[in-house]
Design a protein around this ligand. Structure first.
Ligand SMILES: C[S@@+](CC[C@H](N)C(=O)[O-])C[C@H]1O[C@@H](n2cnc3c(N)ncnc32)[C@H](O)[C@@H]1O
Length: 222
């Protein structure tokens, strides 16, 4: 699929025609409620915060964030107009107000230092190494000094069994984009992009491998 800027993006379940099945598949296979609640709690969102959900997909996390802190401004961005249609419907049904923007993560349509938090789940494994690095630079640009980045994504498998099952995701989403994740390189890429305090906070074993969560901070003087 081609998104804005004529750059490719990988749809939520790799194939456009599977996007409608994304929510039930993720709910059944990833312990979604447990890890997204943990991520939303970890993000420590306060009243008045501006929060960006990067690669928001169908907005399960964006909605959870707004429900946990109704006085925060939540913005979801995704490259896929079709998935955003589902996101808008879900937010409307949940009775929460969220802004959804169509855009690419490596060219964010936001001002410098305009967010207190950026959160992201099951997203970075969709990006090539180059786009991961460019996206991390963009995350740093849009965060305020001392702003925090909270990320959950496939990481180093916690056991041989997790390594084996993660081949399914690699097969589905592509070996090139997922390799850095399953080789445990995401924290290093985040550090290389200038973040401090890159700390693993939790991990969840699931049907398709180990989801690892990190908390990262943009230094005051970057
Ligand atoms: C696996 S889904 C994750 C969705 C959601 N964050 C979740 O946890 O359920 C990945 C999402 O990233 C989007 N995506 C992939 N590459 C992107 C890019 N470069 N910029 C913006 N969105 C992108 C896809 O359209 C898809 O909705």
């Amino acid at each position: 699929m081609r998104g804005l800027n004529n750059e490719k993006y990988i749809p939520a379940l790799s194939y456009d025609w599977l996007t409608g099945l994304y929510d039930p598949v993720v709910a059944l296979t990833t312990r979604e409620s447990a890890f997204k609640n943990a991520l939303a709690n970890q993000a420590g969102i306060a009243a008045g915060h501006r929060v960006l959900d990067l690669g928001c997909g169908t907005a399960t996390l964006s909605i959870l964030l707004k429900q946990k802190q109704p006085n925060a401004v939540i913005v979801g961005i995704d490259g896929d107009a079709k998935v955003l249609k589902i996101a808008r419907k879900k937010a409307h049904k949940a009775g929460v107000e969220i802004t959804f923007d169509e855009g690419m993560s490596f060219d964010l349509p936001y001002e410098d230092e305009s967010f207190d938090r950026v959160v992201s789940s099951l997203f970075f494994h969709h990006l090539s190494r180059e786009n991961k690095l460019e996206t991390l630079r963009e995350v740093s640009r849009v965060l305020k000094p001392n702003g925090e980045f909270h990320v959950a994504d496939w990481g180093l498998p916690a056991s041989r069994l997790m390594r084996r099952t993660s081949y399914l995701i690699q097969f589905l989403d592509g070996f090139e984009t997922t390799a850095d994740n399953f080789n445990g390189l995401l924290p290093k890429l985040i550090t290389d992009a200038g973040f401090s305090f890159v700390k693993e906070t939790n991990h969840f074993n699931s049907v398709f491998g180990t989801i690892r969560m990190h908390q990262c901070r943009k230094p005051e003087d970057i």
